[in-house]
Each structure stands twice: as structure tokens, then as C-alpha cells.
Design a binder for this molecule. Sequence first.
Ligand code: NDP
Ligand code: GDR
Length: 372
Amino acid sequence: MKKALITGITGQDGSYLAEFLLKKGYEVHGIKRRASLFNTQRIDHLYEDPHVAQPKMSLHYGDLSDTSNLTRILRDIEPDEVYNLGAQSHVAVSFEAPEYTADVDAMGTLRLLEAIRFLGLEQKTKFYQASTSELYGLVQESPQTETTPFYPRSPYAVAKLYAYWTCVNYREAYGLFACNGILFNHESPRRGETFVTRKITRGLANISMGLEPCLYMGNMNALRDWGHAKDYVRMQWMMLQQDEPDDFVIATGKQYSVREFILWSGKELGIDLEFSGEGVDEVATVVAVNGNMAPALKEGDVVVRVNPRYFRPAEVETLLGNPAKAKEKLGWVPEITAQEMCAEMVAEDHKSARRTALLKEHGLELPVSVEG
Ligand code: NDP
Ligand code: GDR
């Protein structure tokens, strides 16, 4: 039985990857951070009580900022594969906490790779690094491929650039089987609530049920190549099953704006929206309500406004990936379109908004977090 260690197992990708590897028969180990509240919601359905069985999935307390902790976990498990998905992964937050982001996203990767080397696991342990399309930042060519020059535009992207090259360097210097997946944005109903797609699907679902008044957005002109996390974790595993380590762009090859994603989400809720105004005065207004998914809305309601607090000090305006190498060498193609993914996300968020609205109707009001 192969053993895998996943950093970031409690995150969006970590949860899908753990599911995927368990189905493949792996023994899965994950690093979780100590938190003052439970932070395992995304993997609770995979949990097996360690008191009664030898579980297929085990969690270890740890942190990418703690060298001895990482080394001890690696020594105890001796994994066949390490998936380094743990990160301070929010681009806007990285401008607020640049040093922490560098410590976890850049140095954390170095710590793991050094621990593998220190423990003499170079020939046994394969390493996957969660690299990102944010490396392209101010894009130098379009669509972006594995050879497009990088131009990072945030502390997050700069930290991930360090991690990218460290991974390449350990491959070249020490013969480690280390791969970079240069993944473009990928989303799902498990996406963190403050990333733009989930902020939109959750926000509009709440508004449609009368739980929030309005959605406040940043730069709606931004263009992204959005895929589904389920498709992308499959590729993370495929990369480590090759004969030779290599780096791959993982993307859909299609690009849409944040504004388009808002319109799709509205449609899924039966709301037709129209944008008007410009810059910080731009709004989206309801022009028709169809069906019964949005009982709180009527024609003329303003549901989206712009708020400059969501603008970034330096923006990545456009990203579009060319996944030809992944298709050619590994036979990978994405199976879920951005529109299908949006529909799935809206359906899940609407279910949860209905539940909250029902409780409210019965006097059991739950606070709805809106800060994003
Ligand atoms: P999430 O933000 O959903 O998950 C991040 C994970 O990292 C969480 O489990 C989090 O723990 C953990 N983590 C954060 N800080 C630390 C730390 N100091 N030590 C250990 N673990 C930590 O990210 P995604 O699942 O979306 O992304 C996975 C990886 O892929 C990340 O590295 C991200 O940067 C990268 N990436 C993501 C893309 C995307 O579109 N989703 C695209 C390209 C790259 P906790 O749950 O406790 O917060
Ligand atoms: P990104 O994702 O920065 O691409 O990083 P995010 O969803 O946060 O932003 C995408 C684009 O939407 C614009 N935007 C807003 N973004 C947020 N979060 N909130 C808003 O209100 C808002 N309004 C407009 C942003 O400015 C941006 O242009 C994600 C993360 O998962 C990274 O970890 C990963 O590496 C990259 O994708 C690929």
C-alpha cells in the first residue's frame, strides 16, 4: 500500500485529493494546523475513528513554519509521495501579511525538501509542488505555457516563485522526483468563501433568500481561466506517476471575466442581471426574477456594487492557460466546464441559504459572515 502525505489536507484541494487517493487504495496522512475551532469540515466525511480501527487516513498536527515538526512527521511516515498543498493561498491577504506568506509558501517548501534530503528519502519520496498561474502575473504572452516568462505581482506570487525554483533546483541538484503543477484557478463548492467565485455564488444565494442585502466586489474586469478542483487533483496524482519528473500547466484554455461569472450565477438562481455605471459606481440590477429560487428579490433591486477595499495594490488582470503538454504527455483533459462548476456551486450555496432562512423563519437566527 502506497503512503501519501498531504500538507493542506483541510483545504479545498487537500480534501479532494485525500478522497481521490483513498479511492486508489493509498494510506493517506495529512498535516492539520492547531486552530481554536474545528477546521476539518472538508474532510470530516473521510474520518475514521482512530480509537476503533487502523484508519486509512490519519491527521498529524503541524505547520509549514516548523522545521522539526515537518522532519519528524516525514521520518515517522516515510511517504512514497508528498503533496505540498499547504499555503497562505489568498493573494489579497498576502499584501497584508507578506512576511508570513513568504515563510509558509516559500520557506515551507524549502523546509519540506530539505527534510526529505536530510532523512535520505530522495530516492523514495516523490514531491508535488502546488505552483500557480499567479507566477505569470503581468503576462508576457498569451496563452501561458510552461515556457512563458514569469512576472509575479504579489507577495504570494513571489513566494510561490521561490518555491517553484527550489523544487526545480532539488530535482536537478539531488535527483529528487519533484514536479511543479502550474495550476490555473480552480474552484468547487468547497472553495474558501473569500475567493471570488465562491464569494459570488454564496453572496448571491444569500441575497436571493434575504440573508444579505448586497454583494460588494473589487475588479470585475479580471479575466480568469477557471476549472474544477476535482479535475485538477487528478492531474496532481498523474504527475507523480510518470517515469521522469516534469512541470505542467493545468488549465482549461478558456477565459471569462468576473462579471460573466456573476451573470451565470444570477441565471442559476433565476435572476437576470444588468450591469450599469462605471468604475466604483458600477452596479448590477435585477431586471427579471424567474422561478422561485429568489423569493427576496424583485425587479429593480441592486444586488452588486463595487467597493475599492477589494482592489489590490497590484492586480493580475488576465490569465489564460494552454494545457497542451498535459494533454499530450499525460492524456489529461478537464471534464467539467466553468459553467457546470458554477451551477454546482450555486446549487450548494442555495441549499445552505435555504437552510439558514428556514431556521430564521423559526426564530433560530444564525449570523451570516459577510466580510470577504
Ligand atoms: P486553501 O486555502 O483551500 O487550503 C490551504 C491549506 O493550507 C489549508 O489546509 C490550510 O490550513 C493550509 N495551511 C495554511 N497555512 C498553513 C501553514 N502555516 N502550515 C500548514 N498548513 C497551512 O487552498 P487550495 O486548496 O485552493 O489550494 C491548494 C494549494 O494550491 C495552495 O498551495 C494554493 O496556493 C495552490 N494553488 C491553488 C489554486 C486554486 O485555484 N485553488 C491554483 C494554483 C495554486 P487551514 O485549513 O487550517 O487554513
Ligand atoms: P486569485 O483568486 O487572486 O486569482 O488567486 P481570487 O478568486 O481571489 O481572485 C480572482 C480575481 O477576481 C478579482 N476580484 C475579487 N477577488 C476576491 N477574492 N474578492 C473580490 O471581491 C473580488 N472582486 C474582484 C481579483 O482581483 C482577481 O483578479 C487564486 C488563489 O486560489 C491562489 O492561491 C491561486 O494561486 C490562484 O488563484 C491561481
